[in-house]
Design a protein around this ligand. Structure first.
Ligand code: ARG
Length: 563
C-alpha cells in the first residue's frame, strides 16, 4: 500500500457516510515540503458536506482518526498533515514484497486486451541500424511493462520488405551481382549493390525507370522478381535474427509490408466509397488540409502503392485480427508526420479506433553529437557493437571475479544488457551519444552497475543463508533503510507511469535510484551484524533484490546472481 492509500483508508473510516474511498484518495495531496508531512488532506473540501469552518472540520477529523499508523497527525489551518510512521510502512511494504515477490506491482488494468506493438521493423537488404536497435529495445520493454499491468502485448516486426527499392535491388543484382557474393555476406553485398545503383543512376536516370518496371512486376507476382525478392528477404532475416537472438527479443509476427500487398485493394475501395480519393497529377491522394497535414499519397500514377498505403492495410488488418485496445508504433521521431497522416486517414474513414493508435517516437543515437548514417555505406554494424560490449564486460569480470563459473554467459548478460540499459535510461525522445566504454562501465548510471548491485545483494543473502522467516516483523526505522523502503513503495506507481507514458526510462531511473539507495545502505549499515534486527535487514535486502531484478526484467535485462 502506498502512503496515500494508507491515509485514505484511515480518513475513510471516519467519513464513510459522506465520501467514498476513491473520493477521499483523490482529494489527498503531496505536501510541498517534508515539514508538512508525507500526505495532506484539505479539509475545506468537506465544508459543504459538514457546514462547518474548514479549521473546525480538520480538528474534528484529527480527533477521530485512528492514529496508530502515523507518527503524528498535525492540523495546520484547513489542512490535515499526516506523518507516516516508518515502522508501520516498512512492515507493510517489506511484507508485501516478500509475499508477492516479482508480482508486486502487477495489476489487471489491461483486462487481457491486446496491444500490437509495431517495433524494430528494419529494412530488408540493409543493415539493421542503431535506430532499429532503439525501436527493438524500447518496444520490447514497453511490451513487458504493458504485460505487467494486464495487457497482452503482440510484438510485430513490420519488416521493410516491399517498395520501389526492391526494383532497384533486382536491377543492380542482375547487372552487377553474383549469387556467391550474396550468399557469403548477404547484407553487405546487397547494401553494396544498392549503393552502387544510386551512384550509377545519377548519370543514367533510365536505370530508375528499369527499377520501377521491376517493382511493378514484383507487385504483379512475376516469378523471377518474386524469387529474387524472397531470397533477399530470407538472407537478410537470417542476419537480423542473429541480432535478435543476442538481444533475446522475440516476435509474434514478422508480417512486414509485403504481407499487405494483396490487402491494399480493400483500402483503396474503402477510400473510394467514402469519396476520399482525389486525383492529383495522375496520382491518388487523400487531402488532409483539415488536419494541417500534407496529402497522403495512396497510389502513384503507375498504380504502385506506397508506404502509407501498406500501413493503412496493416492497421485495418490488426484491428480485425487482434481487436486491439491500443495499437502502438515504436518508430523514430522523423516519421511523426507519417503517423499523423496514418491516423488522420483512418479517422476520415470513420473508424473511431484511430484514437487508440499511438506513435511512440524516439530520438537519435549519435556519435560525437552527429547522426549515424547508412548512406554511402558509412554504417555502424550493430552486431560488432554488441560483440564488443560482451568483450568489454568479460574483461571486467575477469578482473573482479576471476573464478566465476559461468563467466561467458554472465559476460553476455552484462555486455548486451549494458547496451540495452544505456538506450533505455534516457527519456526516449532525447538524442544521446554512444561511447561503448562508458556504456559498459560498472560504475555510474549503467546497466552493469544495477546488475552488480543486485549480485551484491544476492551474495549477502547467500552468506547469511537467508530463508524467509515467517515470524520476522520487518520493522525498520533507520534513515538509510527508509530511502530503500520508499523506493520499494513507489514501484507500483512507477510501473503505471512508465505504461502511461510508454516510457521505459521511468523504470530505468527507478532501478538506478534503488541501486544507489541500497549501496548507501550497504555502506552505512552492518547488515550481517548479529543483533535482533538482522532478520529484518536481510528481509529488506531480499525485497530490494527482488524489485531490482523486476526493474531489470521490465527493461529486457537479466539479473545474474553473481558477477
Ligand atoms: N521500415 C521502416 C524504417 O526502417 C520502419 C517501419 C515502421 N513501422 C510502420 N508500421 N511503418 O524506416
Amino acid at each position: 500500500m502506498n502512503n496515500k492509500e494508507i491515509v485514505a483508508k484511515a480518513i475513510y473510516d471516519v467519513v464513510k457516510d459522506d465520501l467514498s474511498l476513491e473520493q477521499v484518495e483523490q482529494l489527498l495531496e503531496n505536501p510541498k515540503s517534508v515539514d508538512h508531512g508525507d500526505v495532506a488532506f484539505p479539509a475545506f473540501s468537506l465544508a459543504k458536506v459538514y457546514r462547518k469552518a474548514p479549521q473546525q472540520i480538520a480538528a474534528d477529523l484529527a480527533d477521530k482518526i485512528e492514529n496508530r499508523n502515523f507518527k503524528k497527525i498535525e492540523v495546520v489551518g484547513p489542512y490535515l498533515n499526516f506523518f507516516m510512521d516508518k515502522k508501520v510502512v516498512s512492515q507493510a511494504i517489506i511484507g508485501q514484497v516478500l509475499q508477492e515477490k516479482n508480482h508486486y506491482g502487477d495489476t489487471t488494468l489491461g483486462a487481457g486486451r491486446t496491444v500490437p506493438i509495431d517495433m524494430s521493423s528494419p529494412n530488408i537488404a540493409k543493415p539493421i541500424s542503431m535506430g532499429h536497435l532503439r525501436s527493438t529495445v524500447i518496444g520490447n520493454s514497453i511490451a513487458f511493462i504493458l504485460e505487467k499491468i494486464g495487457y497482452e502485448p503482440i510484438r510485430i516486426n513490420h519488416l521493410g520488405d516491399w517498395g520501389t527499392q526492391f526494383g532497384k535491388l533486382i536491377v543492380a543484382y542482375k547487372k552487377w551481382g553474383s549469387e556467391e557474393a550474396v550468399q557469403s555476406e548477404p547484407i553487405n553485398e546487397l547494401l553494396r549493390l544498392y549503393v552502387h545503383f544510386h551512384e550509377e543512376a545519377e548519370e543514367k536516370p533510365e536505370l530508375d525507370d528499369e527499377a520501377r518496371a521491376w517493382f511493378k512486376k514484383l507487385e504483379e507476382g512475376d516469378q523471377e522478381a518474386t524469387e529474387l525478392w524472397k531470397w533477399f528477404r530470407e538472407e537478410s532475416l537470417k542476419e537480423f535474427d542473429k541480432i535478435y537472438a543476442m538481444l533475446e527479443v522475440g516476435f509474434d509476427s514478422y508480417n512486414g509490408e509485403a504481407f499487405y500487398n494483396d490487402k491494399m485493394d480493400e483500402v483503396v475501395t474503402l477510400l473510394e466509397e467514402k469519396h476520399l480519393l482525389k486525383e492529383n497529377q495522375g496520382a491518388e491522394i487523400v487531402d488532409l488540409t483539415e488536419y494541417n497535414l500534407n496529402p497522403a499519397l495512396i497510389r502513384k500514377s503507375d498504380g504502385a502503392t506506397l508506404y502509407i498505403t501498406r500501413d493503412l492495410a496493416a492497421a485495418l488488418y490488426r484491428k480485425r485480427t487482434y481487436d486491439f485496445a491500443k495499437a502502438i508504433y515504436v518508430v523514430g521521431n522523423e516519421q511523426s508526420n507519417h503517423f499523423k497522416q496514418l491516423k488522420a486517414v483512418i479517422n476520415e474513414l470513420g473508424f473511431e479506433w484511430s484514437q487508440d493508435m499511438t506513435h511512440v517516437p524516439f530520438g537519435l543515437i549519435t556519435q560525437g553529437g552527429k547522426k549515424l548514417s547508412t548512406r554511402k555505406g558509412k554504417i555502424v554494424l550493430l552486431e560488432e557493437v554488441l560483440n564488443e560490449a560482451v568483450q568489454l564486460a568479460e574483461n571486467q569480470i575477469i578482473e573482479k571475479n576471476p573464478d566465476l563459473a559461468n563467466r561467458e554467459e554472465v559476460a553476455k548478460q552484462v555486455g548486451i544488457g549494458s547496451v540495452i540499459f544505456h538506450d533505455l535510461k534516457n527519456d526516449r525522445l532525447n538524442n544521446f551519444d554512444f561511447v561503448l566504454e562508458d556504456v559498459v562501465r560498472f560504475e555510474g548510471e549503467t546497466g552493469p552497475y544495477v546488475q552488480y548491485t543486485h549480485a551484491r545483494a544476492m551474495s549477502i543473502l547467500r552468506k547469511a543463508d537467508f530463508t524467509m522467516d515467517e515470524k520476522a516483523e520487518y520493522v525498520l526505522d533507520d534513515k538509510d533503510s527508509w530511502e530503500v523502503i520508499k523506493l520499494l513503495q513507489k514501484f507500483p506507481e512507477v510501473v503505471l507511469q512508465a505504461a502511461e507514458k510508454y516510457e521505459p526510462s521511468v523504470i530505468a531511473k527507478h532501478a538506478i535510484q534503488l541501486a544507489q539507495a541500497f549501496n548507501k545502505y550497504y555502506a552505512h549499515v552492518k547488515i550481517l551484524a548479529e543483533d535482533p534486527q538482522k532478520e529484518n535487514r536481510l528481509a529488506l535486502v531480499y525485497a530490494m533484490a527482488t524489485i531490482l531484478k523486476e526493474d531489470l526484467r521490465l527493461l529486457g535485462l537479466h539479473a545474474p546472481n553473481e558477477m
